[in-house]
Ligand binder design. Structure first.
Ligand code: AMP
Length: 477
């Protein structure tokens, strides 16, 4: 097996890696780093959790270590589909580039244009951005992309899901033809294949095994609960608590996935009501709230994160002991992504899924995809117990949004997944919001786009239960 020291990386990078405690490159790193360091284009087929961020960041730092950035002309570009993912890449960059003098800027929504402009004006070596935000800066004339030497596209399949492919194509067109491209996707959909054929030049193709088929570290169980229609959501909440209780101290922390944002809110509220330490994360919540929640979860101050797929996509949260699928995901591939949050970096993980009778086909689809029959768990929740349980008040959550909650509740998971990154409606427009952002239409720039800064705070869209938790925290702190 290759050692890091055998890879053509700069000594400053090697020092940072050693400090990070990495002893050996992961397969994607072993495959992608040598061609990337040679200046070749790389097509990496790998998903989060495989170490792919380092597989493009380390060669970038090595290559950029010589030379200096000029004002408004970044020397490299990393495009990520969500703000959280972009922020995560930035964190990784800081860690691996700590012994270099390289500079970076993070262009994501929720941060003022002014601050970001100031950084770009000074000149940055690495620009990490979501596609929409990057184009906003470009259209405001604040950014010149003709000096980009390395361009990274991360999670391209997610970009496709979110309608960002036209933006990506446009950005490719704005960068020099001679750039080096490092392109990562978990899957190779035909549209992704087309993009890579168009914009990559003789790439080194590096494919690592799917996580679900490789991670024997994850113990998977599915619990098929009985019942129909209206009883099911409450039964599922009861059963979720039962699962958590039965796992006891083995649950150090966990992510609970729901298919719909409305259920993310309800489940988080329900868990809190029953004394569990849980917070919701989905695209309708204010960015600063999402960031704080994530930090709290990472720091171990929040035990349960109740999440939608897009909000949780790509998040690197080490040491998650449990993943609970409150809903069977509508897209089989999301099951792989969801359970991939646990069992990371050689640690054991537990993935438990609650399935209702109507989910039978979806469950079969997942099992076909992972080529495994997920062991069935004992449901042991007698009908009577479920019915007799005191009905928690969260049954009728007070909605803070006047926007047809029913439509949200009925929204198919796909639409929810795409809409999860959609920011909450703004009450007031920030002064620095660019005109272009409001006027630019175009394919793929609809509801999913990363619209940039939002109203500070949660405005009218603050659900009561979150307001309450803020109050509690304020009182506590
Ligand atoms: P990623 O797939 O980039 O999200 O990385 C997943 C996790 O693996 C992150 O927490 C990284 O810090 C960690 N990681 C990356 N490379 C290595 C390595 N060679 N050895 C151990 N951990 C690693």
């Amino acid at each position: 097996m290759t050692k890091f020291s055998e890879l053509p990386l700069h000594t400053k990078v090697l020092k940072a890696i050693e400090e990070a405690g990495y002893t050996q490159p992961t397969p994607i790193q072993e495959g992608a780093i040598p061609p990337a360091c040679e200046g070749r284009d790389v097509l990496g087929i790998a998903q989060t959790g495989t170490g792919k961020t380092a597989s493009f960041t380390l060669p970038m730092i090595t290559a950029l270590n010589r030379g200096r950035a000029r004002a408004r002309m970044p020397r490299s570009l990393v495009l990520a589909p969500t703000r959280e993912l972009a922020a995560q890449v930035a964190e990784n960059f800081d860690q691996y580039a700590k012994y270099t003098k390289l500079t970076k800027a993070l262009l994501i929504g929720g941060v003022s244009f002014k601050e970001q402009d100031a950084l770009i004006d000074r000149g940055v070596d690495v620009l990490i951005a979501t596609p929409g935000r990057l184009l906003d800066h470009f259209e405001r004339g604040k950014l010149i992309l003709s000096d980009v030497k390395i361009m990274v596209v991360d999670e391209a399949d997610r970009m496709l899901d979110m309608g960002f492919i036209p933006d990506i194509e446009r950005i490719f067109g704005l960068t020099p033809f001679t750039r080096q491209t490092l392109f990562f996707s978990a899957t190779m959909a035909p549209e992704i294949e087309r993009i890579t054929n168009t914009f990559l030049s003789n790439p080194a193709r590096v494919e690592v095994a799917r996580q679900a088929t490789t991670s024997e570290m994850i113990t998977q169980t599915v619990y098929e609960i009985k019942g129909s229609g209206r009883d099911i959501p409450k039964k599922k909440r009861d059963f979720l608590r039962q699962l958590i209780d039965s796992e006891g101290e083995k649950v150090t922390n966990g992510i609970i996935f729901c298919n719909r944002k409305v259920d993310v809110d309800i489940v988080a509220k329900s868990l809190k009501k029953h004394g569990h330490d849980a917070e919701a994360i989905h695209g309708d919540l204010d960015q600063s709230y999402r960031t704080r929640t994530l930090e709290g979860f990472r720091d171990g101050n929040i035990r349960f994160l109740v999440a939608s797929d897009v909000a949780a996509r790509g998040l690197d949260i080490p040491n998650v002991s449990h993943v609970f699928n409150f809903d069977v995901p509508s897209h089989s591939e999301d099951y792989v992504h969801r359970i991939g949050r646990t069992g990371r970096a050689g640690r054991a993980g537990t993935a438990m899924m609650i399935s209702a009778p109507k989910d039978e086909k979806l469950l079969a689809g997942i099992e076909r995809l992972i080529e495994t029959t997920i062991p069935r768990g004992e449901t042991g929740l007698p009908e009577a117990k479920a019915k007799d349980d005191t009905k928690p008040k969260e049954e009728k959550p007070k909605r803070s949004r006047s926007k047809k909650p029913k439509a949200d509740a009925e929204k198919p998971a796909e639409a929810e997944a795409a809409a999860a990154e959609e920011p909450a409606p703004e009450k007031s427009k920030p002064a620095d919001k660019p005109k272009s952002e409001r006027s630019r239409g175009g394919r793929g720039r609809g509801r999913n786009e990363d619209r940039g800064p939002k109203t500070v705070g949660l405005g009218d869209h603050l659900p009561d239960f979150i307001a309450q938790s803020f109050e509690e925290r304020r009182e506590a702190g």
